[in-house]
Design a protein around this ligand. Structure first.
Ligand code: ZN
Length: 227
């Protein structure tokens, strides 16, 4: 899954408004953000096999430190503790961070073939294989993304042009990058994939920038109108 993870981040803003969209991007995509570094270090591995699934030619052979449930619990706690200690955030927002990090595992289990580990060393692998169908993947991820972006756009308002156009160019960029990976040619090498994945850190920075230029909207519980 790709834009589905960003969708969770957009939606989570409403549950903990004190969290920047950038922090939520970081949490939702933490697994895929640490993964390329582990691949480049030779700790984790994958192969390029066109036709591996209907959606991606990537076959994830070994990624227990970035993608096992147990490792993600650890990553989630690490990020939450940093949030509490460095940013002096609330425990509720720390819980939202952990939940957002773990959502990555749930969404990847839904989309991947059975390649998602539970523990770092165990042999059990899970995956429901949404990626075996391109139309089903597009429908599920596309609808999820559109709904969650709408939730964020409704929960916040732009303070200036950066807040307005920064958001919509970010949304358009995510959609175009997603379609390009779905319909583009298979990547030339695993190293190219890993370095392109490193570029996702820029999306985290982009989300921090956009969020700083948007303000939360307070709405009346009765009428739903802005107050
Ligand atoms: Zn992933």
């Amino acid at each position: 899954m790709f834009i589905g993870h960003f969708a969770v981040a957009f939606a989570a803003k409403r549950t903990a408004p004190e969290l920047s969209l950038g922090t939520l991007f970081l949490a939702a995509q933490l697994a895929d953000l640490v993964w390329p570094t582990l691949v480049l270090l030779g700790v984790e591995a994958f192969e390029i096999k066109p036709g591996a699934t209907a959606v991606t030619p990537l076959e994830f052979t070994h990624y227990p430190w970035s993608h096992s449930l147990v490792a993600l619990v650890g990553w989630g706690f690490l990020l939450a503790i940093l949030w509490l200690v460095v940013r002096r955030g609330t425990p509720w927002a720390a819980l939202v961070i952990i939940g957002t990090v773990l959502s990555h595992w749930v969404l990847d289990v839904i989309s991947h073939r059975p390649d998602m580990p539970i523990t770092v060393g165990g042999a059990a692998r899970f995956g429901l294989g949404l990626w075996n169908s391109l139309p089903a993947t597009l429908a599920v991820e596309g609808i999820l993304f559109a709904l969650c972006v709408a939730l964020y756009a409704r929960a916040t308002k732009p303070l200036d042009g950066i807040g307005r156009w920064g958001l919509w160019t970010l949304v358009a960029f995510l959609a175009i990058a997603y379609l390009a990976t779905l319909f583009g040619p298979p990547p030339p090498s695993t190293a190219v994939v890993a370095w392109m994945a490193q570029a996702m850190w820029l999306l985290v920075a982009w989300a921090y920038w956009v969020d700083r230029h948007r303000a939360l909207i307070r709405r009346s519980a009765l009428t739903g109108r802005e107050i």
